[in-house]
Design a protein around this ligand. Sequence first.
Ligand SMILES: *Cc1c(COP(=O)(O)O)cnc(C)c1O
Length: 358
Amino acid sequence: MSHVKLFIPGPVEVSAKTQLAMIQPLMGHRSKEFQALYQRIMPGLQTLFGTAQPVFLSTSSAWGVMEGALRNLVTKKVLNCCCGAFSDKWYEVSLSCGKQAEALRVPWGQPITPEAVDERLATGDFDAITVVHNETSTGVLNPLREIAAVVKKYPGVSLITDVVSSFSTVPIGFDELGLDVMLLGTQKALALPPGMALFAISEAALAKAASVSDRGYYLDFVEFRKNADNFMTPSTPVIPLIFALESKLEDIFGEGLEQRYARHAALNGMVHDWVRRHDFDFLAPEGYRSKSLTCVKNSRGIDTAKLVSLMRKNHLMAIDGGYGKIKDSTFRLSNMGDETEATIAALIAALDDSLAKL
Ligand SMILES: *Cc1c(COP(=O)(O)O)cnc(C)c1O
């Protein structure tokens, strides 16, 4: 079936194997069959998260858990690290939940520095911080390890981390880094359809959540934990996506984790070579560039909307212009999910052809 193939940074292309996995017959979500399904996928999820904690399944997109984390864990004030569209929005969501919040801002394209985080947390004003690991709008990979090391100096502060577009493309050890919440949606780095979010919570964060009285109903972390201890979810989960996730875990561990990380690095390198070959630039500085997508700085001043449209019309490939205020000054190419050297080579050939026709 011919269709426009997705090279946008989410949702990304979903394989036929994944599509087929979703049409298995359903079961009741309080049945032994469901518990067995959740139990089967749990060890693989824990390995991917790098945690001994249970991994939770939320029938929502990532924003559900992002809002849930604020409601469960912010009692004093939250520091929202803002370096692009998604991380900026987290500050607005904090305010819309009625939380005291402060934005720690850097210009779009720059990373969050551990020094700036240290300086703000030293005020003692905060009991939570939000960090987007891979800022999908700017292609910046923030120094999560260094930021986490700083946050550890402040024991009452919960570190809430969005890994939506980096999960499983680079190693992220939840327990090793000492994160308090790590969350992602299914439609980006995992190459599943949208509709489910995965997350883990530290014991310390769970204990804190238990003491919060207005954490809400749908994303009550305490209820997620109680249910997961029994391999269940608080409300009816999106079972077809859990089938898809089981199938995807087979793919991931069939390939091997190290190989998966290496593949993403190599494919990202191919895109970077294309950027350099055509005298474009990167929005993110060297050392802070995403491995799962490339945010190209339109240093040649090309008509990015026309490039996007030529790619779609002539090559049945969807790429993305920039996000929000960097709409025309950047464009984005994803190498998330199941891409291979051959599919990225095809993307590059199509880009060459489209660029020549501008
Ligand atoms: C896409 C994205 C989100 C939002 O995901 P939804 O599925 O729309 O909830 C959040 N953070 C990052 C970094 C993203 O790339």
